[in-house]
Design a protein around this ligand. Sequence first.
Ligand code: NDP
Length: 331
Amino acid sequence: NKEILLKNRPDGKPSISDFEIREIDEPQLNDGEILIEAQYISVDPYLRGRMKDQKSYIEPFKLDEPMSSALVVKVTQSKNDSFSEGDFLMGNLPWKKIQTSNGENLRKVDANQAPLSAYLGILGMTGLTAYFGLTDIGEPKEGETIVVSGAAGAVGSVVGQIAKIKGLKTVGIAGSDEKVQMLKEKFGYDEAVNYKTTQDMAKAINEGAPNGVDVYFDNVGGEVSDGVLANINHFARVINCGAISLYNETEMPTGPRVEPILVKNSAKMQGFIVRNYQDQFQDGIKQLATWLQEDKLKFEETIVEGFENTPQAFIDLFDGKNKGKMVVKTS
Ligand code: NDP
């Protein structure tokens, strides 16, 4: 059995030496418990925030203790009446290959309804983030233009497709020509921009969105966003979902000041965390599953094989090595 611990708090970009993989004994199963084996592990940008020793909406990881995230697990033994051997469950769990649980906060997932990894992406946290962020904060209206940053990632690829369902013109921003092509061909983006080869983001967005930007779904922050914000329309809605370009900064860079842009355009900028919508998760999953069934939504995954490769898969998020949702298949 193995577990993955946080060894150091990274200074800047995380590296492999910030983690430790440790051999541990297989746990003893007590009455009321289940023995569970990890199948898929979600690696997510927000985990970077939890590696810092700072107050946030979620507790920081402790040094020399296991990292944790959303896992899909298989019940291999049960001494709990609510669960049977062979059940697949998901929930927030420590990065251990085999562990016990009393089953609290774990929910069953159906391997026949969707691939198990999908419960960590399109039918999990990132799908819900796209759905609630866009539909609730973005207030999308038919005929409007939306720009999405981080558009080829887990959240961004879903945002663009939901926006299309709602009748918007979609402009995606991503970090390679291959991703730009995928945005257009797989996710139906009308226009796509490679921010890594674009000198002048404001100009590129102006060309992609000649009628201006009504909704900006921001996953990355920083200079990319400066270029988009220069193009917002009257009554634009800016959704601050994430700011991955800033997560590894040791000193926060300052950019153009946004206040006059927001005032001038009567624009709204709002951050959120998906947990705010916890009470509505079942509705959100139902809608996403329906769209999937109707083939109105497609999803992409980058699946890394091997429990031991979980830290590297996480680090690779910051180099854009994933298309769609990054997940680790443990065996
Ligand atoms: P992604 O699947 O989008 O993976 C991260 C992607 O970010 C990479 O593939 C890379 O794509 C891009 N990226 C990395 N570094 C930079 C950079 N310096 N500048 C611009 N882009 C960069 O991850 P998620 O979909 O899981 O998350 C996307 C965002 O949404 C994150 O900021 C995350 O924190 C946030 N989030 C927020 C939630 C909430 O509740 N508010 C919930 C879930 C996610 P590329 O090749 O295009 O550079």
